[in-house]
Design a protein around this ligand. Structure first.
Ligand SMILES: O=P(O)(O)OC[C@H]1O[C@](O)(COP(=O)(O)O)[C@@H](O)[C@@H]1O
Ligand SMILES: [Mg+2]
Ligand SMILES: [Mg+2]
Length: 327
């Protein structure tokens, strides 16, 4: 049996990175326990405030954020944290060599209905050791990530992680509290007939995305010549996990629903860590034009269109966008 601790010892000589991953995944155990108790732990419902993005915060959004923040503040290797739920990055220990970014609770609309939610994290190098970290220190492209992963709190709690060229998965053993290795080299098939999108936004999409979904819905009778199936967890972490398990395409594309957003998902807390996992598992991840991991961020809370999953299908969507220009 390989536990997370023994895996990190065997595969990474960066003990500081290993220590920070251990801190994050230990918080995941606490969140997992709280979710098991649900209403009995008084974790459901609204917190009564909005985050920096103007979204209503759930109690668990706040709780998960605070748990991660407190734990990482104690970790001497963590120089600062940036979270979807906080206006600005929070400095931690100036001598630390690592920056941690997270979506503490992904899939907030699933919390109160007892459906899958998760925690997504990304770890970047800190370049100014000895000085207090600021927002600008976090503005690094996703290709700089030293590690990325997610915790999926589903029927069991799963950790997906990449610190080497491989993507690995662990299952949390509730009896021992250990993360136990269950997959040591996750690979995604290049082809798929399954896709995930919130189609209620159809009228806000660009023409190539509308065309793409029209083609999938036409199925056997259309240009694709085969039927496609839809799945939508309403938590990116759940949709990405399904894709790592059996392939598929996930997209939250560019839309004009809200003028100030290029899409719903956040580059630093969602798109970058998920793109690293997907690419290392052999898939593709794009904003429909550019590789997500090569986007140079200008704001820690920036949004980005996301198309990721089985390589050939992602390339198909990209090709549809090649000659598209905004009218
Ligand atoms: O409610 P919609 O528009 O279908 O959006 C669902 C998407 O929003 C998200 O829940 C956003 O994440 P948060 O819950 O962290 O805000 C994604 O996980 C998911 O893919
Ligand atoms: Mg999220
Ligand atoms: Mg969230």
């Amino acid at each position: 049996m390989t536990t997370l601790t023994s895996y990190l010892d065997q595969h990474s000589t960066n003990t500081e990175l290993n220590d920070v991953i251990t801190t994050v995944t230990n918080v995941g155990k606490t969140i997992s326990q709280l979710l098991r108790k649900g209403a009995l732990a008084d974790i459901l419902g609204e917190a009564g405030n909005q985050n920096v993005q103007g979204e209503e915060q759930k109690k668990l959004d706040v709780l998960a954020n605070d748990l991660l923040l407190d734990a990482l503040a104690e970790n001497t290797h963590c120089a600062g944290v940036a979270s979807e739920e906080l206006d600005n990055a929070t400095p931690a220990n100036a001598d630390g060599s690592l920056l941690v970014l997270f979506d503490p609770l992904d899939g907030s609309s699933n919390i109160d209905i007892n459906m899958a939610v998760g925690t997504i994290f990304s770890i970047l190098p800190y370049q100014r050791q000895g000085q207090t970290s600021e927002n600008s220190d976090f503005l690094q492209a996703g290709n700089q990530q030293l590690a990325a992963g997610y915790l999926l709190y589903g029927t069991s709690t799963i950790l997906a992680l990449t610190i080497t060229e491989n993507v690995v998965m662990f299952s949390l053993d509730p009896d021992t509290g250990d993360y136990v290795l269950i997959e040591d080299n996750v690979q995604i098939d290049a082809d798929t007939s399954e896709y995930a999108i919130n189609s209620s936004n159809y009228r806000y999409w660009r023409a190539p995305m509308q065309q793409y979904i029209d083609e999938l819905i036409a199925g056997e009778a259309g240009v694709r010549g085969r039927d496609f199936n839809t799945r939508w967890v309403a938590a990116m972490v759940g949709d990405v996990h399904r894709i790592l398990c059996r392939g598929g395409l996930f997209t939250y594309p560019f839309d004009t629903k809200y003028a100030h957003k290029a899409g719903k998902l956040r580059l630093m807390y969602e798109a970058n860590p998920m793109s690293l996992l997907i690419e290392r598992a052999g898939g593709g991840a794009t904003d429909a034009v550019n590789r997500i991991l090569d986007i140079e961020p200008t704001d820690i809370h920036q949004r980005v269109p996301v198309v990721l999953g089985s390589k050939n299908e992602v390339d198909y969507v990209k090709n549809l966008h090649v000659n598209y220009s905004e009218k």
